[in-house]
Write a protein that binds this ligand. Structure first.
Ligand SMILES: NC(=O)c1ccc[n+]([C@@H]2O[C@H](COP(=O)([O-])OP(=O)(O)OC[C@H]3O[C@@H](n4cnc5c(N)ncnc54)[C@H](OP(=O)(O)O)[C@@H]3O)[C@@H](O)[C@H]2O)c1
Length: 236
């Protein structure tokens, strides 16, 4: 990976997630918890189509088995008309490396897949994934700043981060997020064993330094809260 502070500009990072009224990203059942609604799913589809890469943590791959693709064909066509690859690159951050090579992250969509893996398990993960993704030794643990620098060298200018909790916590506590899109679903989970939007940490936004609200948008029964988190914030 390139040394920290390479000349290329760090990708613009948008964090995106949906949570319950009591701040949970999921419940503890085996079923996937639906927090979003159709209007919001379309908004997320548009955000995916607008980015160069989509990043998730290893547990989100294990638990949700997401495809991370653009759904609407007209958006894919618009990307190609603009000289972009049909689908954004998929990016994962992996620690102990136990990710299923048959997960949809790896099998769905003819697009580049990059895995930033902790040093100790990088070789094993490379063997396990057997060419289904480019596995990059990301440090021990994976250094997000270096991963972003590396993504910049691969042409990623806009990165959409879709969770989960550990990944959002890391991006926020390290001050590497430029924008946050938080959707609130109109129900409670009420189970402290479930993953919250973020875990413990020292966040750059606190009572003495409030984040900047950029937009509030109602979409049927959910609401989108959009926050500007850096001076690079781009009003869309
Ligand atoms: N509602 C939503 O919008 C939404 C979106 C996405 C996910 N989710 C939910 O979020 C939950 C998953 O969240 P989570 O916190 O458990 O997992 P996560 O954030 O998806 O992934 C965490 C994993 O990423 C790897 N990782 C993170 N930082 C690392 C670093 N610096 N170095 C090396 N590895 C690193 C580790 O992988 P290893 O385990 O390999 O060590 C870690 O266990 C699921 O229940 C999912 O349903 C909800």
């Amino acid at each position: 990976m390139p040394p920290t502070g390479s000349m290329l500009e760090r990708p613009y990072v948008v964090l995106s997630c949906a949570m319950s009224l009591d701040g949970y990203l999921d419940d503890t059942t085996d079923e996937r918890l639906v927090l979003s609604n159709s209007e919001d799913l379309d908004r997320v589809d548009a955000m995916r189509a607008d980015c160069d890469a989509i990043l998730v943590g290893a547990n989100t791959i294990r638990r949700d088995n997401p495809r991370l693709m653009v759904r609407e064909s007209w958006r894919i066509e618009k990307r190609t008309a603009n000289g972009l690859p049909p689908l954004p690159t998929k990016v994962a951050v992996v620690g102990h490396g136990d990710v299923d090579p048959d997960a949809r992250f790896f099998t769905a969509g003819d697009t580049e897949k990059i895995v930033y893996c902790a040093t100790e398990t990088a070789c094993r993960t490379r063997d396990r994934l057997d060419g289904r993704a480019t596995v990059v030794d990301g440090g021990e643990p994976v250094d997000l700043e270096l991963a972003l620098d590396d993504l910049a060298t691969r042409g990623v200018r806009r990165l959409l981060v879709e969770g989960g909790s550990t990944i959002h916590t890391l991006f926020l506590t390290t001050g590497l997020a430029d924008e946050l899109h938080l959707v609130i679903a109109p129900f409670f989970v009420g189970d402290s064993q479930a993953p919250r939007f973020v875990g413990d940490g020292r966040f750059p936004w606190h009572p003495g330094r409030r984040a900047t609200m950029a937009e509030v948008r109602q979409m049927d029964d959910v609401v989108l809260l959009r926050y500007a988190l850096s001076d690079r914030f781009q009003q869309a």
